[in-house]
Unconditional design. Structure first.
Lengths: 758, 432
């Protein structure tokens, strides 16, 4: 211990003077042995400098290797990164989607400008740094808090935490999704910002808040023409209807603002302006469309039998006779285009309908079988089905698991949504029923297989092979010539007419009418080509039922286009909804002219058929008597068709329809009304009157609106009714002695097809 | 024999200035590098507000043009200063101004001026009031006498003239001369560890002042590196200097490991010690993206340049991505615009420059002269290596200018003056 202590003392005693001496010597004072005086170490220094130089060369080599490594192996990757960093600085300038106008210029769909609020934290931070005052950050946060209700502290924190973020979209909904705000909401803030930057402003200038334009689709008439127009989804892409069909024309091209380096190495901003979408001008007349939709709602509300409001579907199409232009098209149920997702099951269907639908799905899944099995949902109980057990004659109860119930719920809401959104007039197929008799008649006359004098004596029933076909008059309508058979809509007669026409001729003609797309400019048209007959399937029975419109499927648009050709002289027009496409300045980009696709029947056939159809409305035995509007003569044909489903034709469920044209002598309009399962106590008889009356109600308002002169005298009662409705016509003729039409006409009833039990 | 020839020369021409036997190649390389400097400083800045095409039209001068003109002025000043120093005849000077040469041959004056500059910063930054912002990045503080950028006081500013200079660059120039004299004075004391410690204490004081007063870590590292290399070359006992080098090296590695061990794993925003952040971002660039971004952008620039580059003026990275493209990151800009080839040309130029100086250092007999040349070699070499290693991620990010190419008046001016000293020394050597 002592040794160590003394050693350290000794060392310090020696060291300190030496160090002091060295220091003084280095500073150039005192005498100190200089280099070179005793032993010159020059050679060692030269060697060390050489080592130093080699170390430098090695460092440079390492750097060169590193550089070549980066360039050779990372070059491509880094180059891509450089370009991708550039692209993010691009700004998208939104384009405006094209509007949709009706024939008179009424706006059916347009856009409103909205604003996305952008917080530029970099601008605020830079400015406050420059001024050395953080109060600017506060004033920005305060403005956002005052005008838009954001949390002040949150904004301040964001700016402090992201001082380099120049683009943060802060207008969000509860789920954190970026939304655009209405002009009224952001306007006070915009004004406050510009006011704060003016000279003499009392508050601190607000920096770092910017607004980005955004367009939002708006439908001013909410539900009007919903199936026709379709809607726009969150990604601004059209769904259904015109929005989807004309997507390419409507959508436009977004503009871009991007930086690039020009020849003088300046960073310039280049702006490619947005190209707004083209607008559509429709053939649809919003006034007619409104009348049609109002009448559809009225008729459906009037059918409030058994806790169920309205039909499953009600479709109406009005078409111009000589152009194929669609003037109105509507499919009940309607939905609000501004809130297309608000489609709840309860809103459209009653409990009974829901039960019916669910049991249909359950049968499809194979969970239940049997004739009448409805689902029973009671509070606090597991849902169950009651199925009739044929052996015991009692109801068996089939319970459902939660899984099965969820599946049924999914099926149901999917069905309802799809059913509401899609256009019944073009997307749904059904068996057209007696309306098809017009086509059968036209085929017969045009091919010469039938002549007007061909007659049939109906005794109410006829058997075709294994099937029994009833006339709508259970004990026989008596029949008559070709015209009277159409007027009375006699099914047994048409089985014979079909036989006369023959398979080949029937197939050749019907391929112009059924199983083809009409080419209407709407999304979702179906052709039903797999639901019609072909050479193999059209046998004797099928030919017999097909002659009166059962056993195959068609769409409404197919039927109305076909019928239109029958009464306008045989010209089959392509149906058009859009009249022209115009650009944002109103210049015509494309005119859509009427287009004749084919000649279906001869003019003389057409004339005869027109006469027959007038008979349907005018003859005392005609099935469509109730469709005659006050003041006009019209022609038409009724239809009551059975619905085919799981296990054959569905009991007590019918599609009733009325096809008509007006005025009778010089047809200008064709209208087709279809009510799918009208909600009345007995759908089998008299249901078709619902379609006839709907037709009459629509004509009563639409024909005067179109300034089509009245051809028939009005009775006093009719005149009063018209006055009451506020329909003023210049050429009202009142005839005193019109005999009161009291005869109770025989309503068209369904001619049942009794299928063989198998 | 050698002595005779030298004396003959000196007696024959005892003019105050003489350009005879000057090393032309060093001057050429320096001017070549300055041309690079002007081209790329302009390229780095000109895009910003759109370059004005009329440089002479003072009214429309943009900041890029102002920087260009400032750089040209400093290069002209630097070349003039270099030529004066290179041609000055020391012997004649000693004869004509004996008092001045006596003062200049003592290290104290250099040492005092260097330390005084940093003490001035230390005093002014506490005494003077903040004046305001000069530009987006720099602020005038210390009663108008200092400029502050990124938290470091790198500039002393003369208020009336609005001229500013970097004391660290002046200190490097002065301290190379100062320590060369000190080694000349007390060379043999470096034989002992104690002597080396004294030398290192002398070296540590100005280094600590740079680090402490102007918060300029990178200049402090270069400073210490230069003085250490001078000591290493001069120390007569190689074993002892190697032992000290090894000890310091191990201490450095230990410090690095400690920093990594302490801070690695913490969130980027939680680390306040920003040197630690830079070291971690160098080792784990993916985990510390904000701190690694600058170097990443430099790598993208180098990589996207390819072998032959995008062409002068066509850099994409300089626009708002590459920070300090005219300054610390200028090598990345050269690589993007002239490619690998351009980068190699610059490196080879530095190598030739250093080789010429190496030849002078090898062939001079005077210890003081040799030490000055070694100091300048160390200065150029260290700055080139550290600068390029930073942009290629071989070193952690630190701000060191590329000699003669980076913009920055003081660094260009005093680098030229150092080259002037080397040229002067080179005149007296005898070709073998």
């Amino acid at each position: 211990m002592e040794d160590l202590k003394s050693y350290i003392k000794q060392y310090i005693r020696e060291t300190l003077p030496f160090m002091g001496k060295s220091a003084i010597g280095m500073l150039g004072f005192g005498k100190f042995e200089k280099y070179g005086d005793k032993d010159n170490k020059s050679n060692q220094q030269v060697a060390l400098i050489r080592v130093l130089f080699f170390l430098l060369i090695i460092s440079f080599l390492v750097i060169a290797i590193r550089l070549s490594y980066i360039v050779t192996f990372k070059g491509e990757e880094y180059k891509r990164t450089v370009y991708s960093q550039r692209q993010t600085s691009d700004i998208v300038i939104p384009c405006e989607r094209g509007s949709i106008y009706d024939a008179k210029g009424t706006v059916l769909a347009s856009n409103i400008k909205k604003y996305i609020v952008i917080l530029d934290a970099k601008q605020v931070t830079d400015y406050s740094k420059q001024m050395g005052n953080s109060a600017y950050i506060e004033s920005t946060a305060e403005a956002l808090h005052q005008y838009l209700g954001y949390d002040k502290q949150q904004i301040v924190d964001f700016i402090y935490n992201n001082p380099k973020d120049a683009y943060e979209r802060i207008s969000k909904d509860e789920n954190g999704k970026v939304i655009a705000l209405d002009a009224e909401t952001v306007k006070p803030l915009m004004e406050a910002i510009s006011a704060s930057k003016e000279k003499g402003s009392t508050i601190k200038p607000i920096y770092g808040i910017q607004f980005e334009d955004s367009y939002s689709r708006i439908y001013p008439n909410n539900t009007l023409a919903c199936d026709l127009l379709g809607y726009v989804n969150d990604g601004d892409v059209g769904m259904y209807g015109l929005e989807q069909y004309y997507e390419e024309d409507l959508k436009g091209v977004n503009g871009r603002s991007f930086g690039y380096i020009n020849d003088y190495t300046n960073l310039e901003r280049q702006i490619v302006p947005a190209k707004n979408g083209n607008s559509l001008v429709l053939n649809i007349d919003a006034s007619i469309q409104r009348i049609v939709e109002r009448k559809i709602v009225e008729v459906n509300e009037s059918m409030d039998y058994e806790d169920r409001s309205g039909s499953y579907n009600t479709g109406v199409i009005i078409m111009e006779c000589d152009t194929g232009n669609v003037l109105a098209m509507a499919g009940w149920p309607f939905y609000d285009l501004n809130n297309p997702r608000e489609v709840s099951v309860d809103k459209y269907y009653s409990t009974k309908q829901i039960n019916e639908l669910m049991s249909t799905f359950a049968k499809k899944e194979g969970w239940v079988n049997g004739v009448s099995s409805n689902i029973f949902i009671e509070e606090g109980q597991t849902p169950y089905f009651k199925v009739l057990n044929e052996e015991t004659g009692k109801d068996d109860v089939v319970m459902l698991t939660q899984e099965q119930l969820d599946k049924l719920d999914d099926d149901l809401s999917g069905y309802v949504r799809d059913g509401v959104w899609k256009n019944f007039c073009i997307s749904d197929t059904y068996e057209p029923g007696s309306v098809a008799k017009t086509i059968t008649t036209a085929i017969g006359l045009d091919s010469g297989k039938l002549v007007p004098s061909d007659s049939f004596a109906c005794n109410g029933v006829i058997e075709i092979l294994d099937r029994t076909i009833h006339c709508s008059h259970r004990w026989g309508c008596g029949g008559g010539d070709l015209r009277m058979c159409l007027v009375k809509s006699c099914n047994p007669a048409y089985t014979q007419f079909g036989k006369k026409i023959g398979k080949e001729t029937f197939l050749e003609y019907t391929k112009d009418f059924y199983g083809i797309k009409t080419g209407i400019d709407l999304t979702g048209e179906v052709s039903a080509e797999n639901l019609v007959f072909n050479e193999k399937t059209l046998n004797t029975t099928e030919l017999a039922t097909a002659s009166f419109g059962q056993g195959f499927n068609a769409t409404m648009i197919q039927m109305i286009c076909g019928f239109n050709s029958l009464i306008n002289g045989g010209q089959y027009y392509e149906p058009h909804v859009v009249n022209k496409i115009v650009d944002e300045n109103g210049c015509i980009v494309k005119n859509i002219e009427p287009k004749i696709l084919k000649q279906t029947v001869s003019e003389s056939t057409s004339d005869k058929l027109k006469d027959y159809c007038i008979g349907v409305v005018e003859e005392s035995e005609g099935t469509g008597k109730k469709s005659r509007p006050a003041g006009y003569r019209i022609g038409g044909k009724t239809g009551t068709a059975q619905i085919s489903g799981v296990g054959g034709y569905q009991a007590g469920q019918y599609v009733v329809s009325f096809m008509s044209f007006a005025p009778a002598d010089d047809p200008q309009l064709v209208m087709y009304v279809v009510i799918d399962r009208p909600n009345i106590p007995d759908q089998s008889s008299g249901a078709v009157n619902q379609a006839c009356e709907l037709t009459r109600d629509i004509y009563t308002e639409v024909l005067p609106y179109l300034n089509i002169p009245m051809t028939e005298p009005l009775s006093e009662k009719e005149y009063e009714e018209l006055l009451e409705k506020g329909i003023y016509t210049s050429n009202i003729v009142i005839e005193e002695d019109v005999p009161q039409d009291n005869t109770d006409i025989a309503d068209e009833m369904t001619g049942e097809i009794i299928e063989p039990a198998n | 024999m050698r002595e005779n020839i030298k004396e003959k020369k000196n007696t024959a021409k005892e003019k105050l200035f003489s350009a005879k036997e000057i090393d032309i190649s060093i001057i050429f390389i320096a001017i070549f590098l300055s041309v690079f400097c002007l081209v790329f400083v302009y390229s780095a800045l000109a895009f910003e507000e759109g370059a004005s095409k009329t440089i002479l039209n003072v009214l429309t001068l943009k900041s890029s043009d102002r920087t260009l003109i400032k750089t040209v002025v400093y290069i002209v000043l630097g070349v003039t200063g270099m030529m004066i120093l290179a041609t000055a005849n020391y012997k004649a000077l000693k004869r004509v101004f004996p008092f001045i040469s006596k003062i200049l041959s003592n290290p104290i004056i250099y040492y005092a001026v260097s330390c005084g500059l940093f003490l001035f910063i230390a005093v002014m930054k506490n005494v003077g009031a903040d004046v305001g912002g000069e530009s987006e990045k720099t602020a005038i503080v210390g009663g108008g006498w200092l400029l502050k950028a990124n938290g470091a006081y790198r500039w002393i500013r003369i208020p009336g003239l609005n001229i500013s200079f970097q004391p660290s660059e002046i200190a490097k120039f002065l301290l190379i001369i100062c320590f060369a004299i000190m080694i000349y004075n007390a060379g043999m004391s470096l034989k002992h560890v104690r002597g080396i410690v004294v030398y290192l204490i002398f070296a540590a004081i100005p280094t600590a002042l740079i680090f402490k007063c102007s918060s300029d870590m990178s200049s402090a590292i270069v400073m210490l590196g230069i003085l250490f290399i001078m000591m290493f070359v001069a120390a007569p006992d190689l074993k002892k200097s190697l032992a000290i080098t090894g000890t310091l090296f191990l201490a450095g590695i230990l410090a690095l490991t400690l920093i990594v061990a302490i801070y690695h794993g913490k969130e980027e925003s939680e680390i306040n010690f920003y040197q630690a952040k830079r070291i971690l971002a160098w080792l784990y660039p993916d985990e510390y993206p904000a701190s690694a971004d600058q170097t990443n952008q430099a790598l993208y620039a180098i990589g996207s340049g390819g072998y032959l580059g995008e062409g002068i003026g066509n850099s994409m990275q300089k626009i708002k991505k590459l920070p300090e493209a005219q300054n610390d990151m200028i090598f990345a800009l050269i690589c993007e615009e002239l490619g690998f080839a351009g980068g190699m040309i610059v490196i080879i130029m530095y190598l030739v420059l250093i080789f010429r100086m190496y030849m002078i250092a090898q062939n001079t007999d005077n210890l003081f002269e040799r030490m000055v040349v070694v100091g300048v070699i160390a200065h150029v070499g260290l700055q080139v290596i550290i600068n390029i290693c930073v942009v290629t991620r071989l070193f952690p990010n630190t701000g060191i200018p590329l000699p003669l190419i980076s913009s920055g008046g003081s660094s260009i001016l005093f680098m030229y003056l150092e080259l002037g000293l080397v040229l002067n020394i080179g005149k007296s050597i005898v070709r073998k």
